[in-house]
Write a protein that binds this ligand. Structure first.
Ligand code: FES
Length: 112
C-alpha cells in the first residue's frame, strides 16, 4: 500500500514513495485531484530532479497544476503533461494506481 485514502486530499500535499526500476528504488509520488488519485515518478521532464523541494508539496499555489520547484515547470495533475516551463510538451511518467478498501495501491506491473 502507498498510503491510506485519507492521506490524500484534493489539491493538497502528496505522498512520496518509491518504486523499483532496473533493480533500484526510485522516487515517486501520489496526489489527489478532482477526487481521483494519480501517481508519477518524482522526476521532472526537464532535468532528472525531484519536483518537490518541500517534501510532499507538489501543487502550485492555485492547486491547479503540479509544479517543479527547480525551474517552475507546470504539469497537468491528471495527465502529467507539461504545459509551461522549459520542458513544455513533455510528460511526467505516470504510474498506475488503484484505490480500494480505504487504501491506495500500485497496480500490477508498476515496478520490476
Ligand atoms: S528541473 Fe524541473 S523545470 Fe527544470
Amino acid at each position: 500500500m502507498i498510503c491510506t485514502s485519507a492521506d490524500l486530499r484534493d489539491g493538497e500535499d502528496g505522498v512520496r514513495f518509491t518504486v523499483r526500476r532496473g533493480g533500484r528504488e526510485v522516487p515517486a509520488f501520489a496526489i489527489r485531484y478532482g477526487g481521483t488519485v494519480y501517481a508519477y515518478l518524482n522526476r521532472c521532464a526537464h532535468v532528472a530532479v525531484e519536483l518537490d523541494w518541500e517534501s510532499g508539496r507538489f501543487f502550485d499555489s492555485d492547486r491547479q497544476f503540479l509544479i517543479c520547484a527547480t525551474h517552475g515547470a507546470l504539469y497537468v495533475p491528471d495527465s502529467g503533461r507539461c504545459v509551461a516551463g522549459p520542458c513544455r510538451g513533455g510528460w511526467l511518467e505516470a504510474l498506475p494506481v488503484i484505490e480500494r478498501d480505504g487504501g491506495v495501491f500500485l497496480a500490477g506491473g508498476a515496478g520490476d
